[in-house]
Design a protein around this ligand. Sequence first.
Ligand code: BGC
Length: 755
Amino acid sequence: MVKRKDDCPMNPQEVLKQMTLEEKAAFCSGRDFWRTKAVERLQVPSVMMCDGPHGLRKQEGEGDHLGINKSIETVCYPSAAALASSFDRQVMTELGEALGQECQAENVAMLLGPGLNIKRSPLCGRNFEYFSEDPCLAGEMAAAYVQALQSKGIAACAKHFACNDQETLRMSGSSNLDERTLREIYLSAFETVVKKGKTRSLMCAYNAVNGTFCAENKLLLSDILRDDWGSDAFVVTDWGAVKDRAKGIAAGLDLEMPGGPNATGEEIVQAVQAGTLAEADLDKAVLRILTFVRDSMEQRQPDAEIDRTECRKLARRLAGECAVLMKNEGILPLKENQSVAFIGEFAEKPRYQGAGSSHINVPHAVGALEIAGDSVLYARAYDAHSETTDPALLTEAVEAAKKCDVAVIFAGLPEAFETEGADREHMRLPDNQNELITAVTAANPHTVVVLHGGSPMELPWLSQAPAVLCVYLGGEQVGAATVDLLYGHVNPSGHLAETWPIRVQDNPSYLNFPGEEGVVTYAEGIYVGYRYYDKKEMPVNFCFGHGLSYTHFDYSNLQVDKESLTDQETLTVTVDVTNTGACPGKAAVQLYVRDRESTARRPVRELRDFAKVDLQPGECKTVTFTLDKRAFAYWETKCHDFYVESGEFVIEIGESSRDIRASRAVQVEGTTLLSFTVTETTTIGQLLKHPKGKAIIGGMMGSSAMAHVDQSDSMGEGSERMMQGMMMGIPLGALVSYGRLTPEQLKGLIASLNE
Ligand code: BGC
């Protein structure tokens, strides 16, 4: 790291003043794959960034963004899909701190991540790098990680901003969606990582949103990120995402990566000289990059060290926090005196991370077999690079299963099935693994299936398998953590951050994934993941938030500090959680909010907060949540803001979106009045929902103006409901046709309602 001679950090404003137009333009592109440019004349150093986020991919030799060339040997932690299942901010804090320390020791100023795109479809090839189908969980987990990483003086880079939810045509396609869906589902997690996590940087996505590439999308980069969310984070492109340099700068983009010797900034200079780009916009970009470089210099710890042995212990512990016990008909945990067969190549060589730019170079990944050693019988059972059953391997596996009290099958998605750059073609396991599980469960009913992979799978044999443990892509120590969990040395406490549908066809995006001719329409709108499945009451294999434990938790004494409140106040919610079982365990307490009645379309319930609680047998702890306006709001396009419609809401505490254990109603009054223009087509029903309309039109109800429908006597049973329905549907203009108002009276009425 180049340091100023007087060892004082530079002053970005002063440096900016001294830079020439050419220097400023060139400074907005990287020096090479991983570094910003230095401005030696002004003692501005070059700083390094590296891929993360579940390890450090520092390339000292030739750089690439596809995970092809070698990076330093280091520790691979669980991937985001696994981490999210911990439902534990503390897990993210520990990971962020460890990686921050490692970046300091390796002189890396920024770690590229976390990735917080929403899991719209289980088929997205990069789902393993993303957290959840739910923006609250994704945003909160990401914010905890960012705060921890940045507490060590290392910048985070939240990516890929935004709507980069598939790999098909990831560099050129357009994700098209409506305003409410964008704000409520796809931007919310980014909003949290910006406002709460205070991320120092964001990476703009390759794709376009509603036809405008993210790298030149003023709505995203300036109007929302800076003006609306108040962020001073600098925006770096995804590697090679730039289309029109000058347009990008004008839209709010700062740094182009990877840049390189050809990225001279000539285009930018020409645009400024031609008057098509304001130099002030360029200055803003330069200042933001300079500020990042200055902050990195200020926070640099040249003496920092990293103890990778300790990191490996952490990786094992974190993997144990992330695994989800999906099913357990009493056969787990295994007992030390049972004879056990480990079946499947993943017991020996586990799947532990995904392919692409997040690929971490580890000296060794630990398989469960290595830990269990001679205490188990092993059968390889399948070739992880093949989808076809090898009869000899299958027979050997069935024989091993028959010989033992319990069989544990290590199954999951092979590496080729999910990767950056390509979406999955289906949601199935390879045929040879399905055949194996069917044969082994038939041979030995005491069979546990351990699943590896970054995204849901179809489980056709589910009813035959008495226990299923999903370890996702749990990092290099996944095998050790699996043994810890199987034998009960660690009590499983992960919960699903995504629904596991029965078939991929059930997924709400199915008819619109991955789109056509480069355009994908998010036609399902806000109904992503459980918001859809729960609204449709659709059977799923495992619902959002589901996860079992070797103990049980009881939820009681749910309290709210107010029975009614306005959307300007906060609500404090407390609930007691008790471990009613015989072993220590961790509960993932999930708080959902349900809007009882709404004129807008709303999901059944939405996750608004969560907490992980560690409890000894018999122990009880009180968990406290604080909810604000956003917990009750939806994005209202009439006011282009989050909006609360007055009414009753239910606070629900659950162990999953379909296992609500306690609930409590509160009355929330929205304080925003929506603008309301009355016309001849406005109905009586619409008017009655608006305070002013209600005051005026309410008085007219039952008067002679409404008398034309007063024929209830002759209409038989149900007439009252029908009358009500018909009345509510009458447009004001029709009152003239019915001869109940003159055209002049109607005009006057509309004018006074619009006053
Ligand atoms: C990926 C990014 C990554 C970058 C640098 C891109 O292809 O989309 O997530 O950070 O490469 O490797």
